[in-house]
Design a protein around this ligand. Structure first.
Ligand code: 13P
Length: 258
């Protein structure tokens, strides 16, 4: 049984005070929502403090990245062990900004996935094509390559310990959301590809959509059969937007299961 999940990726925004203020505003309304799961991913320096502020709530902590290596001489790195120690339950892996801006390859992403799983963190594994790739008709090939890198490095069963996030790069921060049909098509492709190897694993796997999810389009996206929630950027920093998106996930659960 899949349960919808909404994760807020704060990216490199705000400060401790604004993070706390956001939590003060979102935790009470989210506390009334009992059907879906919720995660917030603040910047590294705020993880411990935000984690403490989440205690006793129904929202859990995630990181935006982690180092591909275990503890050791890796100046500036933050290991999976440290993140777990700070209370993280999830770790975003392979976000397109990490791949594009920081040059992370499929191999590095696969190593990060393995580190997350090793330390009991649930990877939120991001895949997605650029606009040029979509226009060239290679969306499925790109997503398949990104998936296969993790499967080859970590094994197919490791996918069962994570969550996939389909984030078309052209939809991130652009206000240009994929239509529910475009999202569904790629989500179905991802699930189908995994189902060809392991049907049960594919049926249980959460596949989130990310890219300009807002209060006014979340319900339509979450209504798609293979869209299991969202990875939210800009709207995760706006109280009313994030709460409305979380409500849309709750509503989608109520619709499916009642
Ligand atoms: P936006 O919601 O701002 O488009 O960002 C999506 C994203 O990259 C979440 O990880």
């Amino acid at each position: 049984m899949r349960v919808k999940l909404v994760a807020g990726n704060w990216k490199m925004n705000g400060n401790l005070a604004s993070g706390r203020a956001l939590l003060n505003a979102i935790l009470p309304p989210l506390g009334t929502l009992n059907r879906a799961r919720y995660v917030v991913c603040p910047p590294f320096p705020y993880l411990a403090a935000i984690g403490r502020a989440l205690e006793g709530s129904n929202v859990v902590l995630g990181s935006q990245d982690l180092c591909q290596f275990g503890d050791g001489a890796y100046t500036g790195g933050v290991s999976g062990a440290m993140l777990a120690d700070c209370g993280c339950r999830y770790a975003i892996v392979g976000h397109s900004e990490r791949r594009g801006v920081f040059g992370e390859t499929d191999d590095v992403v696969a190593q990060k996935y393995a580190q997350a799983v090793k330390h009991g963190l649930t990877p939120i594994f991001c895949v997605g094509e650029t606009l040029a790739e979509r226009e060239a008709g290679v969306t499925e090939a790109v997503v398949a390559r990104q998936l296969d890198a993790v499967i080859q490095h970590c094994g197919l069963q490791a996918l069962g310990q994570g969550v996939i996030a389909y984030e078309p790069v052209w939809a991130i921060g652009t206000g240009k959301t994929a239509t529910p049909q475009q999202a569904q098509a790629v989500h179905a492709f991802i699930r189908g590809r995994i189902a060809a190897a392991d049907r049960r694993l594919a049926d249980l796997l959460l596949i989130l959509y990310g890219g300009s999810v807002k209060a006014n389009n979340a319900a339509q996206l979450f209504a798609m059969p293979d869209v299991d929630g969202g990875l939210i950027g800009g709207a995760a920093l706006v109280t009313d937007e994030f709460v409305a998106i979380c409500r849309a996930a709750q509503k989608a659960e109520e619709t499916v299961k009642t």
